[in-house]
Design a protein around this ligand. Sequence first.
Ligand code: M6R
Length: 600
Amino acid sequence: MCGIVGYIGTEDAKEILLRGLEKLEYRGYDSAGIALVNDEGVHVYKEKGRIATLRDVVDSSEEGSVGIGHTRWATHGPPSKVNAHPHRSVTERYTMVHNGVIENYEQLRREYLANVEMISDTDTEIVVQLIDRFAKEGSSTEEAFRKVLSLLKGSYAIALLDNNDAETIYVGKNKSPLLVGLSDGVNVVASDAMAMLHVTNEFVELMDKEIVVVTRDNATIKSLDGDVISRDSYIAELDASDIEKGTYPHYMLKEIDEQPYVIRNIISKYKTDDETIKLEEDIRQAMLDADRIYIIAAGTSYHAGLVGKQLIERIANKPVETHIASEFLYNMPLLSENPLFIFISQSGETADSRGVLVAVKELGYKTLTITNVPGSTLSREADHTLHTYAGPEIAVASTKAYTAQMAVLAILAVDTAKAAGITMNFDPLQELAIVANAMETLTDKKDVMEQIARDYLSVSRNCFFIGRAADYYVCLEGALKLKEISYIQAEGFAGGELKHGTIALIEDGTPVIGIATQEHVNLSIRGNMKEVVARGASPCMISMEGQEEEDDQLVIPHVHEYLTPLVSVIPLQLISYYAALHRDCDVDKPRNLAKSVTVE
Ligand code: M6R
């Protein structure tokens, strides 16, 4: 969470930083700030709220070709101007922005800063005050910076300005993402390459516990001991147009619409010239060698993992457990002898998943990350990576990443089955092509989904989604989508489980959305729907061709039974989108959330 940027060059830093922060707003949007350096020193502007609010308070005549910026997702201290970054040291010599959580900040404060009066509630302020203290005691800024970073426990990506040296930005990282961008006489710093594509597409990746001394002409990477480290830069393969909304009113709608293209893209990336599955031999072998697979993920990616379990077990006949990342280490199951851990993460940065990755690597187990961001932390640190090729997902509510994850899991399951000599009558590449067409049919029916949202969700305070088998997993995702962007209390339930308690919540007019795509449970889910209707619920049945009944509100095109979640989720995404829109919610940036959850 939180995004940071830095710029040192020849142009007006203020506009470059603000544009960069706008691109990072998905990482947090509680408050924002920038610091600009010019001949008169360092000038800080910060405000509670979005970058648009910050823009209003930045003095448009303030010049400066060096600066740093921050957009915050609050952890220590509520969203407020005083807790907004940048933070300054007591002497105002140092100005700093930080993404991450300093776990030992209380202890550092007691040990080193007992006499310093803190201005904010943040953990960040301890760091900048401590740098100031060590500098006062005689360390150079770089020495003080390295010394303080060696004392920190937790996660950080930091950018620091020294009022006495307007020509340098000091940056450092541990666990939180950070890149340095290079250009001619210009260097930049960003949490994500997307933020600085308007300046450069050449970046250098930083590893944990490294710092970089960034000037206009150099970016020198060093260890915390001061040893210089050399590393090649790379060209970010991102198209600036991928991260623009174009004519769409919201990223979420654009990303929902992109799903058919994403699925076709996945087919092309995972297909050999002979139309068979293309997958690295090492990954195939890791799947074959595993006696049990543990899928670890959070939120929407966890829901994709539940579908993944079904796919791998049914197709490849291999046992799979899917676990919520944040619970796994506290509630670890008995592991099999030769497990493979699969991490599913759109961002590849989720701290809960990374915590598990680090722990299971220490235990010596094999790991595979399925991610949308190949250079991300989870991708770098796992033994293998499978890319979901969904393109940047900007809206906080995940849509295309979810369907892409399930598509890749289906391909992986079939590849494993084939390598194990299992014969089957299911070609995932062909079937995914049918899925892409079905998705297109549904994204063309937005008016139907808008009407459903209007009819069922314009005034209700709660909503239930019920389904069985794979449809149950889609219900969990549909409920998450609805609650996170419309703030309607929503729950996904296995159809048969309602009568064990939750049915008590059904009253006159309670919307219940049922999913019926699976032949073997069609009758039973319809029975469950009758149970809630008998208690006053307002039913909305979404079925698949072949399973439909006359009164169903929506019938989705027929696709292979293994792949129905990729299609049945589309109406749920669109219904959530319109429900949020009708309630005037901020669809792309829902309250209290951030796209990339890099704190535990
Ligand atoms: O980047 P990840 O896939 O690891 O993120 C996991 C969750 O934070 C994420 O899926 C979250 O639940 C989405 N906002 C849901 O739309």
